[in-house]
Design a protein around this ligand. Structure first.
Ligand code: HEM
Length: 457
């Protein structure tokens, strides 16, 4: 790490976790502003922490073996919590992200081929194009104005997901669909954070009606796009809509209805674009924070790419850039909090579980756990050069088990392609005095933005 100048902090930004136990109303208030604010600092030294908020019993799990039991071994006894699903159901129905049991399994089988390595490689030119466009926008600002990496990366990843879900250009107002969805999710999530921790029904939940209004137009636009595609048939390079239209359950031969198609396409947009954008924005923040890491990643990117933007064939040779992405996912996991509802009695680590209990995996805390990581709050991409000592269940940016993120490979490929292309061309430095604050509502965002100066490399 760079020698710290007197005014340069030695560690990248971290959430302030409460040191003292909180009362019920304080927890609700904290959770509404930042769900990380309900992870007590001492949880980062414990395998499991149990408590009760009003009538709701909850457990925060941080022991890899116990997490494995919830996500893999006993997955049917730990469905996603109703709170998480109620946020998303009005927008994306019983799609892959929300559904349980057989209905989820068949959708997963139908969609899986679209996310297989071969298809991700085939879709990579879309990522390369988005990287080139983002580099063009940044070049126009370089040396003149600071940029907010969050806005730039949201624009880049939205280009990618819109291109791979609905490649028809012009026929649908993609930006309007994206904005409506983001507005919906943001409003709905703030409301339902209250439900995650079991807030009583009388606490006001503003925003639910407004959130519902954002939806109707967006769903109509998607339906129209699907109807058009049924008319025209697949394009030369099939996009996700083509792949889902052609998908059959390998066991039953069942196809998706139009409503299922719409819900799954919206799911990919919701689940896929902001998460990847945040990964990239945090990675750029970290590169500006540690110029030595940035220089090493830039050397690698320039050696592999020269003046080109990265493509699928380059990714295997961008190993250090990938380590930077993984370290960003450790320190700032966009899905920083997973939540399940226990269906049966069980024992997880030292905790006795009863049906109805909320079982949370505070991924943000797990990734900084004092007993699991050396130097847990420090930015060390080198820790990923040898993974031998890292348990699979202590690093869960994409979850695990049968519900592991279907887009993980896609997201990593996209992040490496875009980050390598940008680092090869620009040197990023932080705007003095502007530090992002890690705040999680539905995803872990850098509140205040990631403000950077870019200069040509
Ligand atoms: C860096 C980017 C991403 C992160 C950090 C991320 C994170 C996650 C996590 C943590 C889960 C599991 C949630 C749980 O178990 O409660 C998940 C599931 C999912 N993700 Fe991602 N995701 C990313 C990108 C994507 C992309 C690009 C897509 C699609 C285009 C996608 C689609 C999905 C879907 C459909 C599920 C539900 C899978 C199932 O339940 O079978 N994600 N993601």
């Amino acid at each position: 790490m760079t020698d710290a100048a007197p005014d340069t902090p030695a560690l990248p930004v971290a959430a302030r976790l409460p040191r003292r136990p909180m009362g019920v109303l304080d927890s609700y208030r904290a959770a509404r502003r930042n769900i990380l604010g309900i992870i007590p600092a001492r949880a980062l030294e414990m395998p499991v922490l149990s408590g009760r908020t009003g009538p709701q019993r909850w457990h925060m799990l941080m022991e890899p073996g116990a997490i494995r039991r919830v996500l893999l071994e006993r997955v049917e006894e730990y469905p996603k919590s109703e709170a998480t699903k109620s946020i998303l159901r009005p927008a994306i129905g019983e799609s892959l992200f929300v559904a349980e049991g057989d209905h989820r399994r068949w959708q997963r089988r139908a969609a899986a081929p679209a996310f297989a390595a071969r298809n991700v490689d085939a879709l990579t030119p879309v990522m390369t194009r988005a990287a080139e466009t983002a580099a063009g926008r940044i070049a126009a600002l370089a040396g003149r104005r600071a940029l907010n990496a969050v806005d730039e990366m949201v624009a880049a990843t939205f280009d990618v997901i819109a291109d791979v879900t609905l490649s028809e250009r012009g026929a649908i107002d993609r930006a309007a669909v994206g904005a409506a969805l983001d507005a919906y999710v943001d409003r709905a999530a703030r409301v339902s954070v209250l439900d995650v921790i079991g807030a009583p029904g009388w606490l006001p939940r503003p925003g639910r009606a407004a959130a519902a209004r954002d939806l109707a137009g967006m769903q109509a636009a998607m339906d129209a796009a699907i109807a058009r595609r049924r008319g025209t048939g697949p394009g030369a390079v099939p996009d996700l809509m083509d792949l889902l239209l052609g998908a059959r359950d390998p066991e039953t031969g069942r196809e998706m209805t139009d409503a299922e198609l719409r819900e799954n396409l919206l799911t990919f947009i919701v689940a896929g674009h902001e998460t990847t954008a945040l990964t990239l924005a945090w990675a750029l923040y970290l590169c500006a924070f540690d110029q030595d890491v940035q220089a090493r990643a830039r050397d690698e990117a320039q050696t592999v790419l020269g003046a080109r933007a990265a493509g699928a064939e380059d990714v295997p040779r961008l190993g250090y850039v990938r380590q930077v992405v993984e370290e960003a996912l450790r320190l700032y996991p966009p899905g920083g909090f997973l939540s399940r509802t226990a269906q049966a009695e069980d024992r997880l680590s030292a905790a006795v579980i009863r049906p109805g209990d909320t079982v949370m995996i505070p991924v943000y805390g797990l990734h900084r756990h004092r007993n699991l990581w050396n130097d847990p709050d420090a930015f060390h991409p080198d820790r990923w050069s040898d993974r031998a000592g890292i348990d699979r269940y202590q690093f869960l940016p994409f979850g695990d088990g049968p519900r592991i993120c279907i887009g993980a490979r896609f997201a990593l490929q996209e992040a490496v392609v875009i980050l390598a292309t940008l680092l090869a061309r620009f040197r990023f430095t932080a705007v003095p005095g502007r530090r992002p604050d890690p705040v999680m509502i539905l995803t872990l965002r850098p509140e205040g933005g990631v403000w950077l100066e870019a200069t040509p490399a």
